[in-house]
Design a protein around this ligand. Structure first.
Ligand SMILES: Nc1ncnc2c1ncn2[C@@H]1O[C@H](COP(=O)(O)OP(=O)(O)O)[C@@H](O)[C@H]1O
Ligand SMILES: [Mg+2]
Length: 137
């Protein structure tokens, strides 16, 4: 487990880089943390670092957004609004999770039984102002 503490939003690219470097072949990244912890903001920094020029927004209604990195595709999920796990089956989640493309997942708590065994976990804890703690497993 790696623990990174930052005091400013401007330090977030350093966290994004650490996450990318820690993937070690894994492609599904679970972003765990409460509302406003900084999950979507972290996704935007990871996407930018991978060369995506797409605007990162919360895929709240679509459940999934797709961004094109310079050498990879990125899928960005937000399961906050799902009521039934069937909605995730309807989405065809397996096609994404087992595609080999990078999948960044907000609110994995909503789809716990569907999470691949080798998913990487990033836990975000918000402190005062721009202070955040990231625990990378
Ligand atoms: N160090 C930081 N890391 C991430 N977000 C931060 C940080 N400091 C401040 N913020 C702010 O906190 C908010 C996080 O919102 P968001 O990324 O949408 O959270 P979530 O997706 O977890 O609900 C944004 O307004 C962002 O600018
Ligand atoms: Mg979000």
């Amino acid at each position: 487990m790696k623990r990174i503490e930052i005091d400013a939003l401007s330090d977030l690219p350093r966290v994004a880089e650490e996450i990318i470097n820690s993937l070690d072949g894994r492609t599904v990244v679970l972003l765990r943390g409460g509302m406003g912890a900084g999950k979507t903001t972290l996704v935007s920094r990871i996407a930018a670092l991978l060369g995506a020029e797409d605007t990162v927004t919360s895929p709240t209604f679509a459940l999934v957004n797709q961004y094109e990195g310079s050498e990879c595709r990125i899928y960005h999920f937000d399961f906050y609004r799902i009521d039934r796990i069937e909605e995730v089956f309807d989405l065809g989640y397996e096609e994404y999770f087992y595609s080999g493309d990078l999948c960044l997942v907000e609110w994995p708590e909503k789809i716990e039984p569907l999470i691949p065994d080798d998913a990487m976990v990033v836990r975000i804890t918000a402190g005062d102002d721009e202070q955040r703690i990231f625990e990378i497993e």
